[in-house]
Design a binder for this molecule. Structure first.
Ligand code: NAD
Length: 384
């Protein structure tokens, strides 16, 4: 056995913990470059705490998931502001933008040169600016990962900017920030959290540390995702889902993921659908295809036994088998406001292209069993 493990330097978790952000920062980090989603006013109180503590603050709102253009504009603005520290308050899109901005301010050249698969493969040689991630969705766990997922419209893909030095300096996870998420967004982002724990647990690169974290994340997500996505506020369920999202991020950063995220990257570049919604639409067809693949050609693979354990974690039944997990996922997907891949915009004619791109994606390499081209196509057809 051999593995390495790394996460954010400082993780703060708890209801109301965001109010303590100014106390984590020292005056030498001013000016602060603060990224938010398109509605910065949502976080006016939090940003007010920073200005009241004497920090000079530049606010940069961004809309939608990051792409080469939006990240380049944001990093140029941070450079112009002579920012000493970057703070991102928002969903995974804002966190990923902030993480990339913190890296690009200190590294020369164009973003595209550093991107996996589409650029020149340059390595980020300089340390990022100090970076604080404050998630407002319970989903991506991007507050504890070392990559930033960025759309490249010309190539029709989403790929990563990745470096160990991109691990956030601080991850401040305050479940209160997720209380007002509309149910539909809570559902698809929450499904991303659950799926990240699942895929990191089953991954070919999992290790005892990531297993413990991913199992606990899966248990928390399973017990609370339904309540956390209702209109009525359930603070305990919200807190569980934030913790599950954090667990998913820590686990995936050290164990990689699998076929669901292997498809989600390329599909996110092909259809204008939210990342979590794409992942959710693939859960059942990917889980059942992996199960069939194991049972026909690799029954003794350790991840096959883990699929039975997943069923136990989801249902609480120690005798549960992987097929119970499948039934549990089907019932969950029926209960939440989710869409099929076809409803999200994928056409049948795009399946070949999506399968071809996905076979080469970074997350697909973590899938515990190699899936054939035929199986990849079959998964997409079933999810349509
Ligand atoms: P998101 O950040 O795109 O946000 C989804 C929607 O929720 C947006 O409309 C946003 O405005 C809204 N929103 C966010 N917080 C809100 C709040 N508190 N109240 C009301 N509305 C709110 O979605 P996401 O799923 O968190 O992030 C998706 C992005 O993260 C994708 O680009 C995906 O590729 C990336 N991702 C990154 C990693 C990583 O490790 N870096 C992992 C998984 C996904």
């Amino acid at each position: 056995m051999s593995f390495s493990f790394a996460t954010s330097n400082n993780i703060q978790f708890g209801e109301g913990i965001a109010k303590t952000i100014p106390s984590l920062l020292d005056g030498s980090l001013s000016p602060l470059f603060v990224l938010t989603g398109s509605d910065s006013k949502r976080y006016a109180q939090l940003i007010g705490l920073l200005t009241q503590s004497g920090f000079e603050v530049f606010i940069h709102p961004i809309a939608g998931e990051p792409d080469v253009k939006s990240v380049t504009i944001a990093s140029d603005s941070a450079r112009e502001a002579s920012a000493k520290c970057v703070i991102a308050i928002g969903g995974g899109s804002v966190l990923d933008t902030g993480k990339a901005v913190a890296a690009l301010v200190t590294n020369e050249g164009q973003l595209i040169d550093y991107l996996e698969g589409v650029g020149k493969g340059k390595t980020l040689s300089e340390k990022s600016l100090p970076f604080m991630a404050v998630p407002t969705t319970a989903g991506t766990g991007a507050e504890v990962t070392r990559n930033s997922v960025i759309g490249v419209p010309k190539a029709g893909v989403k790929v990563s900017l990745r470096s160990a030095s991109m691990l956030p300096t601080w991850a401040v996870v305050d479940p209160e920030l997720t209380y007002k998420l509309p149910p539909e967004i809570a559902a698809y982002t929450g499904m991303d959290a659950l799926i990240q724990c699942l895929e990191a647990y089953l991954s070919k690169f999992s290790n005892p540390l990531t297993d413990g974290i991913a199992r606990e994340g899966l248990r928390l997500a399973a017990r609370s995702i339904r309540s956390a996505c209702k209109e009525e506020l359930d603070t305990e369920a919200k807190s569980d889902l934030c913790a599950a999202s954090l667990c998913g991020g820590i686990a995936l950063a050290n164990a990689k993921l699998g076929s669901i995220h292997g498809f989600a990257g390329p599909l996110g570049g092909m259809i204008p659908a939210p990342h979590g919604a794409i992942c959710a639409s693939l859960l059942i067809s990917c889980f059942s295809a992996n199960l069939r693949a194991f049972d026909t050609r690799d029954k003794d693979n350790p991840s096959r036994a883990k699929m039975d354990d997943v069923a136990t974690l989801l249902t609480g039944n120690p005798q549960a088998k992987a097929s119970y997990a499948l039934a549990w996922f089907e019932s969950l997907c029926n209960d939440l406001p989710l869409k099929s891949l076809g409803e999200l915009g994928l056409e049948h004619s795009q399946i070949e292209e999506a399968a071809r791109k996905s076979a080469k994606s970074s997350s697909m390499k973590g899938n515990p069993i190699e899936l054939t081209k035929f199986e990849l196509v079959e998964i997409l057809e079933a999810a349509l």
